[in-house]
Design a protein around this ligand. Structure first.
Ligand SMILES: [Zn+2]
Length: 218
């Protein structure tokens, strides 16, 4: 820990992203255990036969306090929640075994417009730390979002499929050829976004594409 961080932690001690009490790493032990013991904690791998995405690891179901925190996380003043969420990825033994099957981790991108509004890609903050934890190469900009589509959350399943078509582009094909790519996103709903990203990655020569998400809408 460097001096500046130590000084800042002294003036503004990090607090638990769930209950607000002072807590190292933005998550107190009590909230961590409560969430791990709740029915929301799934920590599960799902295999897909019929999709471009080969497999999916998700930690929580998208409901309750977890859903509430994900919704807050879209706003910059709550970006510290990335630390809270990461506590469920870091030192997660089951996840570690899953991550080891991949060469590269990359976040699902947001558009430039959204980036300007928010000031950050919420998936990038988490994916970066997860990659570091498992010692996997992190490439934040393999994919770009070249069009501003409607937010997926406002659409039904069919509209979602249509809405993501040809929205993403690959920036550096050489980096992904015959590599095993793991996408990262905060939430998985119908999988339309993940599948469209996987489709173009595979078209460009990726060997295998999986997705890791913090939550799954079940
Ligand atoms: Zn707490």
């Amino acid at each position: 820990m460097n001096f500046l961080k130590k000084a800042l932690d002294f003036i503004f001690p990090p607090s638990c992203g769930i209950c607000g009490k002072i807590a190292e790493n933005y998550l107190c032990e009590n909230c961590k255990q409560n969430l791990i013991n709740s029915k929301m904690f799934l920590n599960k791998v799902k295999l897909y036969q019929d999709k471009y995405i080969n497999e999916h690891f998700y930690v929580f179901s998208y409901e309750g306090i977890i859903r509430e925190k994900i919704l807050q996380y879209k706003f910059k003043e709550y970006s510290y929640l990335s630390n809270t969420f990461c506590e469920f990825f870091i030192n997660n033994k089951k996840l570690y075994g899953f991550l080891k099957k991949y060469d590269i981790i990359t976040p699902v991108p947001i558009s430039n417009l959204r980036m300007r509004e928010r000031g950050y890609n919420q998936s990038d903050l988490i994916a970066r730390k997860v990659a570091k934890f498992a010692n996997i190469t992190y490439y934040p900009k393999i994919l770009i979002k070249s069009k501003n589509n409607k937010p997926q959350s406002t659409l039904n399943k069919e509209q979602r499929l249509e809405n993501v078509k040809n929205v993403y582009k690959i920036q550096n094909i050489a980096k992904i050829k015959e590599r095993r790519i793991l996408l990262f996103d905060d939430i998985y709903t119908t999988g339309a976004t993940a599948n469209e990203c996987a489709r173009i990655l595979k078209q460009a020569g990726a060997q295998n594409v999986g997705i890791l998400t913090f939550t799954k809408d079940i």
